[in-house]
Structure formats: C-alpha cells, structure tokens
Ligand binder design. Structure first.
Ligand SMILES: Nc1ncnc2c1ncn2[C@@H]1O[C@H](COP(=O)(O)OP(=O)(O)O)[C@@H](O)[C@H]1O
Ligand SMILES: *[C@@H]1O[C@H](CO)[C@@H](O)[C@H](O)[C@H]1NC(C)=O
Ligand SMILES: [Mg+2]
Length: 350
C-alpha cells in the first residue's frame, strides 16, 4: 500500500516535471526579455539624444525641418535681430529675449568693457564645443560683443523647482525625470573633461546658485551648458594646472584645494596660491545632484543609492572618481532602480 502510493506519487512527479521545467524556463526567459527591455529603455534614451540631425561646424538649424544656415554675421545680426526684453544678467553678459525672422532667440551683450576677455573666451568655447551638451550658437559679432544663441524659455537650472511645480508639469516632477537631469549634468561635466580640445574646468561655480545659473533647462527637460566664460584648460601631460580666478575663494561649496591653505595669519596672495585640476568639478557633483533630485517620492531612495559614489566625490582630489566613473555609476543605479520598480509587478503577473 505504502509502496503503491509512492509509485503513484513518482508517476505524478514524472508527468509534472516537464511542465514545471517548462514554466521555469518561461519565467527565466520573461525575466531575461524584461531585463533586456529595461536596460534598452535607458540606452535608447541615450542614443536618441546623440546629436539629433545636427549641422556641421559654423552652421545652425532653428527648429527641426529647416535647412542648416551659416552663423549670422555682425551685419545680419544688426539688421535682423530685434531685442524684446531682458531675461537674464550675470557679471559678464546681459541676455535679451529677441526676435530673428519670427523666431525667438537669445541675444547676449557684454555688460562692461573690463570683461571683454572673458566674453571673447566664452564665445571661443561656445564655437569650439558645439554639441548636444552646449547651447546652440546662431551667430556672433566680436566687434560689438554680441552672441546669438538658442532661446530656452525655462531659463537657467535655478528655475527647475518653479517649473516642475507648475500645474502643467507637475506630472513630470518624478524621481526618474529628476535623476535623468542629474545624469545630463554629469554627462556635461564628462564632456567638458574629455572634450576634443582637452580637459576644461567649469570655474564659474563658487556656490550652488552660481553653478546652476551657467546651465539652461531645455523645454524637453534636458540640460545644456550655456556660460563657458570661465573655462580654463588643464593639461596633465604638460603639468599644466589651473586656478579659478585670481581672488581668494571661501565657503564649503568650493573644493578644499580651492581654499587658501596658509591660514588666516598669512594674507592671500594669488602667486602663492597652489593650482589644481578638474577634480574641483567632481567635488561639486553631489551638491548639484542633490538639488536636481529635489524632494519628491523616491528621491531619497535615489540619494541612498548614490551615497557611496557621492562620498567618493568628497575625498582628496586624487582619490575622487573621474566624471566617467560617476556617470557609469549613475547609469547603473538608474537601470537597477527602474528594474526594481517594475519587477514586483511582473512577479505578480507570473
Ligand atoms: N539662451 C538663453 N535662454 C534663456 N535664458 C538665458 C539664455 N542665456 C542666458 N540666459 C539667462 O541669463 C543668465 C545669465 O547668462 P550667462 O551667460 O550665465 O551670463 P554671465 O556670463 O554674465 O554669467 C542665465 O543664468 C540665464 O538665466
Ligand atoms: C598638452 O601639452 C602637450 C605638451 O606640451 C602638448 O603637446 C599638447 O598639445 C597639449 N594638449 C592640449 C590639449 O593642449
Ligand atoms: Mg553666468
């Protein structure tokens, strides 16, 4: 009797084994497909973002369907651009929403003659670094210290919270979208550190508001860098380091190596101030990312996952991760968070 029931059981087991194995295989395959799908979601996001039909050097396109046109000259700008209203002002530039052939554009003008050099350096950088990371250049006039760029109605990154709190965009105010902005920001730092012209340091960055004011929020919720006036070049192989300006920097937003190292008793002297490298930008990443992540459902969970990489960003310059390492870590964490937030539901389905 005992033996028989055992036989029946094993018979059932033999019949059941193939379907169970089959089911397991299905579960495994579904997981694999989902994994592939979700790692592709963010990669395709990335690929869709690669220079969407950009023009060659010296040309620009307004809108999507139009042809590439050469950068506007002094004559064309003086003749065809009409200033509408002041939308921003920093130390170097006054920025006007303007009109060019019924298009909205941004016209930047020099504020005071003492800053001509910074203005021209910024223009030079804008010309050389045109890419998806940098605001689009439409024209310039060196003699008159004017630069024409794409107009971004959301303005600088300082406006992020105000924009995302508007009823129209409230639904976009998610940890996911805000994390994408942080990835955009780190991608820009990575681009500046690995540009075709060498390693540039974003020097106009002595406090959070200052940093944010150098970047613009596009209407498709991407970040572009706009103000490249203070962008010195580091050349490690030539032993060439940099300093951000000739004044003493203070506060705990700047990297420790940017502070005067000789104490309060020795007065600051630019000639005695040791130079440093692009790792000052890495030091500032956690603070900028924290702002970008904001206070929405899930942003603290993202912060928790970013904890280790952010601790590393605050180490001594040589121990800090490269922008590439920060970017890779951010992307990995985004992918794993997306997987985590979808998997529980797919488990229920199965
Ligand atoms: N293309 C633009 N579209 C919209 N706002 C802009 C644009 N360019 C600049 N602004 C606004 O003007 C401010 C100052 O511009 P910026 O180039 O940083 O000048 P500065 O070199 O004097 O710091 C920015 O912080 C931003 O608010
Ligand atoms: C860095 O310096 C080396 C040696 O002086 C030089 O050959 C190289 O062109 C420089 N690189 C950049 C990006 O300026
Ligand atoms: Mg600025």
């Amino acid at each position: 009797m005992k033996k028989k029931s055992y036989d029946i059981k094993s018979g059932i087991m033999q019949k059941l084994t193939p379907p169970v194995l089959f089911l397991l295989l299905v579960v495994l395959l579904v997981n694999l497909v989902l994994y592939q799908f979700f790692s592709n979601v963010y990669f395709s996001y990335d690929q869709a973002n690669i220079e969407p039909n950009s023009c060659s050097h010296g040309y620009f396109r307004l809108g999507i369907l139009k042809n590439c046109l050469p950068w506007l000259s002094c004559e064309a700008m003086k003749r065809e651009v009409r200033k509408l209203k002041l939308v921003g002002e920093g130390a170097v530039k006054r920025v006007f929403l303007s009109e060019w052939k019924e298009n909205k554009v941004a016209l930047s003008q020099l504020t005071k003659p003492q800053l001509e050099e910074d203005f021209i350096h910024g223009l030079q950088m804008l010309k050389s670094l045109q890419s998806k990371y940098v605001v689009k250049l439409f024209g310039y006039c060196e003699e008159e210290f004017m630069v024409l760029t794409e107009y971004h109605p959301f303005g600088s990154l300082n406006n992020l919270n105000d924009i995302l709190n508007l009823p129209k965009y409230k639904n976009s105010n998610t940890w996911y979208n805000r994390f994408l902005l942080a990835i955009d920001y780190v991608s820009i730092i990575h681009y500046l550190h690995n540009s075709p012209l060498g390693t540039f340091v974003m020097c106009d960055s002595s406090d959070l508001d200052k940093v944010l004011s150098q970047y613009l929020l596009t209407s498709s919720f991407h970040v572009v860098v706009n103000d490249l006036d203070a962008l010195p070049l580091v050349n490690k192989s030539a032993g060439q380091l940099i300093k951000c300006g000739h004044q003493e920097l203070q506060g705990n937003f700047v990297a420790p190596e940017q502070l005067w190292p000789y104490g309060k008793t020795t007065p600051f002297a630019d000639s005695l101030m040791p130079p440093y490298d692009e790792m000052t930008d890495i030091w500032k990443i956690p603070d900028v990312s924290n702002f970008l992540l904001g206070e929405v459902d899930g942003s603290d969970l993202v912060r928790f996952h970013l904890f280790d990489i952010h601790v590393a960003c605050k180490k001594s310059p040589a121990e800090r991760p490269s922008a590439q390492m920060v970017l890779d870590t951010y992307r990995k964490i985004l992918a794993s968070l997306v997987r985590e937030s979808v998997m529980p539901r797919t488990k229920d389905m199965l």
